[in-house]
Design a protein around this ligand. Structure first.
Ligand SMILES: Nc1ncnc2c1ncn2[C@@H]1O[C@H](COP(=O)(O)OP(=O)(O)O)[C@@H](O)[C@H]1O
Ligand SMILES: [Mg+2]
Length: 341
């Protein structure tokens, strides 16, 4: 009874805790906060203190003095540092609620489907410690499918490929339930690494991961034949050790990205190979939906289409699909129940 009273007071929350970004959705209000999943800490002896979170902490990546460290507490979709995640999520929730107090809300938290039990329990506990009344863990890719408006409740098979920062989760759904998933341990971070390695090899210049990410977002493409802009970046010349500018042609990165994209295509093929003939023919008819920030890579839809022969569509607002879908689950108890991991 007490919980019912709390239920009326508290705004329910959906949280997409990603390798790259953390997003919080407040029921009835929409996306409250969206920040990089980065936390900076200052170390004194064995103690550490959080000095920056989110955007401010991301700006510190690769440029901190010795006693300060900018850390990414989620790696490849797995939480590696619960203390920092809790600090970040708590801060995001407080800012999402903008002064309203947190009175034991229901929380939906998105995770990769193949997350181990230890991680799941730890997230449940952390959410309760923050003040959650009930915690539902749902698959990231399924939440993304719901957020992108896929007909996951119908008796028609749907396939979604969620291209995140550290992992790519591929899911098949039918009748409001997850039929099968395939997780590829590769995401946007790996594309950034491939770009940095390419710049080092081609130009003898070392760039940091943030610069590589900017190159990817501003100039890279998955396929040839597009008019990509050039981008000029500065890195450290490996011979002279002096900062040097290099001009990168967008189209020139196609070959650098292909090996990573091929791993994703192989993951999709593995999932398709396990499907029933009925679901297979649904996918042939309705195609594949791309979500996650990685879906914004130019030409990635065409790349997957050419590799599989399937029609491929990028979700509207792909980076927000997961948190919007999780938010929608807060309004549909039946579907939430069925999609809870
Ligand atoms: N325009 C873009 N082109 C290519 N990749 C992009 C673009 N915008 C964002 N990304 C990538 O999307 C990834 C983040 O996607 P997101 O769904 O937020 O990840 P996660 O859910 O794992 O935190 C990052 O690797 C980021 O570089
Ligand atoms: Mg995502």
């Amino acid at each position: 009874m007490l919980d019912q009273a709390f239920g009326r007071l508290s705004p329910d929350l959906a949280i997409d805790l990603g390798t790259c970004n953390t997003r919080v959705f407040v029921k009835g209000r929409g996306i409250g906060v969206e920040v990089p999943t980065v936390v900076s800490v200052e170390r004194t002896g064995n103690a550490r203190r959080v000095v920056a979170l989110g955007d401010e902490a991301k700006r510190m990546l690769g440029r901190t003095p010795e006693h300060i460290e900018a850390l990414r507490p989620v790696r490849a979709g797995r939480i590696e540092d619960y203390g920092l995640v809790q600090a970040l999520v708590q801060d995001c929730i407080e800012r999402s609620l903008a002064g309203r107090s947190l009175v034991r809300p229901r929380m939906v938290v998105c995770m990769p489907r193949d997350t181990e039990d230890v991680q799941r329990r730890a997230v449940q506990e952390a959410a309760r410690a923050i003040g959650a009344r009930t915690v539902h863990l749902v698959s990231k890719a399924m939440a993304a499918a719901v957020g992108a408006g896929m007909p996951v409740q119908q008796a028609v098979g749907s396939v979604v490929v969620d291209l995140g920062g550290g992992v790519t989760e591929i899911a098949a759904a039918s009748l409001g339930a997850l039929v099968d998933t395939e997780t590829v341990n590769l995401g946007g971070d790996d594309l950034d690494d491939a770009i940095a390695a390419w710049i080092r090899e081609q130009h003898n210049v070392l760039v940091g991961s943030r610069v590589a990410e900017l190159v990817k977002q501003q100039a890279a493409a998955a396929i040839f034949g597009r008019e990509e802009p050039d981008v000029v970046v500065t890195g450290r010349d490996l011979t002279t050790s002096i900062p040097r500018e290099v001009r990168i042609r967008g189209g020139s990165l196609v070959d650098a990205l292909a090996p990573s994209l091929d791993h994703i295509v192989e993951g999709l093929r593995r999932l398709l190979s396990r499907m029933s003939p009925e679901l297979s023919s649904d996918v042939a008819e309705h195609g594949v939906l791309l979500t996650g920030g990685g879906a914004m890579l130019r030409g990635v839809d065409v790349y997957i289409r050419e590799a599989t022969g399937l029609s491929v569509v990028v979700a509207e607002n792909p980076a927000h699909a997961t948190v919007l879908g999780a938010g929608r689950l807060l309004e549909d108890d039946g579907l939430l129940e069925r999609l809870t991991l």
